[in-house]
Design a protein around this ligand. Structure first.
Ligand code: SF4
Length: 284
């Protein structure tokens, strides 16, 4: 199964986004998908280009709006596996309203955020993920606003699948994406993805020194919500692995009464003229 296409990514050499592209391609193949069964919807930013770099249905959408499109796509065609993707600026600034509501809605899609803690495409401004004191062209005296904690927000919004990885750890990242695809409901995967061109603080070495892999944490239980929240707060959000999963809650589409499972395009929507008139009358 071939999820590679002939498009050469124009990311900077060394950008963390390359690994995320490779992990999505490997995970899709490992779970047995065919290219025509996968759709990748992206927002705007360097990361937003990913929808054109994978041999699947691709939709390069608008800034902060990948999630509404991805959810609509899934609800219209439940046979598709849908992955939404974008950067931390895209998902946690302009798109944050959509992110929290998509999390609590729990439509069965996977959301992968390429978190480089800066705006790369516009050449290096602070993002909601930048640390206090972070100096860029937009904050020459250092960022004043506090850093947003997306995973804690996800937990507080009722997430059913929360994971985090690092683009250097392709094995872990691939496996988490596989688990996210298989999870019934909204799976949220934040990935530390260094911007080698504009972020000289949060580098590969910096992440390696600061990350705690949950595999090394004795007796960690990813089904325990309080343990997940506590570990996130203790580590300042620097843990990687499967942080939390709730397998008991059904996805949005599996709870809507009378929602037919077959794709809209395959449903017989023929209606008699009498029934059509009745329907129109209801809306008058
Ligand atoms: Fe990657 Fe940064 Fe280059 Fe954008 S500017 S492609 S995020 S390294």
């Amino acid at each position: 199964k071939e999820f590679r296409n002939n498009v050469k990514p124009n990311w900077c050499p060394g950008c963390g986004d390359f690994s995320i592209q490779a992990a999505i391609q490997r995970a899709a193949a490992n779970v047995g998908l065919e290219p025509e069964q996968l759709a990748v919807v992206s927002g705007i930013g360097c990361s937003g280009r990913i929808s054109g770099y994978i041999n699947a249905y691709g939709f390069h959408s608008i800034h902060g709006r990948a999630l509404p499109i991805a959810q609509g796509l899934k609800l219209a065609n439940r046979d598709l596996t849908v992955i939404a993707s974008g950067g931390d600026g895209d998902g946690f600034a302009i798109g944050m309203g959509h992110t929290v509501h998509a999390i609590r809605r729990n439509v069965n899609i996977t959301y992968i955020v390429m978190d480089n803690q800066i705006y790369g495409l516009t050449k290096g401004q602070t993002s909601p993920r930048s640390a206090v004191g972070f100096k860029t062209k937009s904050t020459p005296e250092g960022a004043i606003e506090s850093t947003l904690s997306p995973l804690e927000i996800a937990m507080a919004s009722g997430a059913t699948f929360v994971a985090q990885s690092f683009s250097s750890d392709l094995k872990q990242l691939t496996s988490l994406i596989e688990e996210g695809i298989k999870h019934e409901g909204f799976s949220f995967i934040n990935v530390f993805s260094p911007c080698v061109t504009f972020n000289k603080i949060n580098t590969y070495d910096w992440f390696k020194e600061n990350i705690i892999n949950l595999n090394t944490v004795e007796n960690y239980d990813s089904s325990n919500r309080i343990m997940a929240m506590t570990k996130l707060m203790e580590s300042g959000g620097m843990i990687t692995g499967l942080i939390y999963q709730d397998k008991t809650r059904k996805s949005y589409e599996n709870q809507v009464v009378g929602f037919r499972p077959e794709p809209l395009a395959k449903q017989n929507l023929q209606i008699s003229p009498t029934d059509f008139e009745k329907l129109v009358a209801e809306f008058k």
